[in-house]
Design a protein around this ligand. Sequence first.
Ligand SMILES: Nc1ncnc2c1ncn2[C@@H]1O[C@H](COP(=O)(O)OP(=O)(O)OP(=O)(O)O)[C@@H](O)[C@H]1O
Ligand SMILES: [Mg+2]
Length: 462
Amino acid sequence: MNPFTILIVDDERTLARSIKLFLADHGYEAEVAENGERALELLERLRPDLVFLDMNLPGISGIDLLKRIKEYDRNIAVIIMTAYGSIEGAVEAVKLGAFDYMKKPVDLEELKLLADRALETSRLKQELSYYRQREVRGLPIKGIIGKCEAIREIIARVQQIASLEETPPILVTGETGTGKGLVARTIHSQSRRASRPFIEINCTALPATLMEAELFGYERGAFTDAKESKMGLFEAAEGGFLFLDEVGDIELPLQGKLLRAIEEQTVRRIGGLRDRRVDVRIVAATHRDLEREVKGERFRKDLYYRLAVITIDLPPLRERGEDILLLANHYIDKFNAKYGKVVRGASDEAARNLLEYPWPGNVRELSHVIERAILWSQGERLDIEQLSLATSPHAKPADARGVPSAVQGLIPPEGIDLAERERSLIAQALQQTGGNESEAAKLLGIGRGALRHRVKKLGLRP
Ligand SMILES: Nc1ncnc2c1ncn2[C@@H]1O[C@H](COP(=O)(O)OP(=O)(O)OP(=O)(O)O)[C@@H](O)[C@H]1O
Ligand SMILES: [Mg+2]
């Protein structure tokens, strides 16, 4: 099935009917209006995406009707049908915003080609406006970097998912900066849908009503500001991927509608009367523990189960061992190029420092640290001063207990996960002391008994 609806305006009934049947054979829903008045009525009821308009109509003229349609909603594409000899009128029509014109007698194959082209063009136009709104990204993505077991498994899984023609939604989880967005984009770029759109929306950014309009679109007149119809992101992502970033932040009332759209692969624009089929694959990401959100009744259970059939859980950077250095070198190359520097790598001490630091902001934080260090670098080696990470015994500790400043800083507006922080600090202390509980407890400023208790509670290995 095709998501588009076409209106044919022609007083020659036999011709109009044969066009309608021909289009129906090609999966288009089409309706006929035999005059201008009827066409205006159907405009309201049908909300067509495309109108085939005969120039010689009884009553309201073709040109007037074209103007009315364009006033009504300039996103509706109009193709003029004109009798041989009245090309001038057709040229004027194109100036007034008609997409194209075709001569009568109508050649049905030509008509179909024109319809496909008009609809594709208007889809692309609207899709493009979404692309323009998106922030311009920095350097191109090189793919997922990492050789540790966990990342290797993730890369394999991403490839596997990308090679499938159809999959249920994919849920990517992990702390901030672990590469959730990168994974989503890589799945798209490796898939057969790579040349189709990848549309992303950050669900934190918008209140529920605006979010609904963004996702599902609206028809003209759906609300006071809706002067013309607009397709939603689901429609804009047709044939490609829709990336719902921070899906855990979607407000409850909208979660039901989202679930319906995903399950039924259809959307209904706000103020719209009909469902439109969409062929869109969904990737969602969240830094939240969605199971906990479900228990707290902040996230719908059914939506969670729908999204979490395939999950990819990104480990925090501090658990990726030598990958930290691999990534550091990647960023050294990148920022050398950007700032015209010649750094070859990190000194031994700096490398140790990079490995020991707990990276609460994960890969994103690492990239910022390296960028700053490269900016300040003088020679070929990055040393520990340039990194200015707080955990090294050589660097100035952020406080007496050596808690890194990034952990101490302001709590970000999206909030933190205290249990997760506790867990990662304990894991870090144990890692730093090679699993020595007394030493680790000392680092954390608690007794050994207290540490053991927490290790057990949080299910960490000593
Ligand atoms: N394994 C990796 N290899 C290369 N680059 C990476 C890797 N992981 C993350 N990055 C890069 O780090 C930056 C942060 O990653 P990304 O934005 O995907 O994280 P995120 O998990 O979506 O974070 P947030 O939860 O804050 O949105 C991006 O520039 C991304 O390209
Ligand atoms: Mg992200």
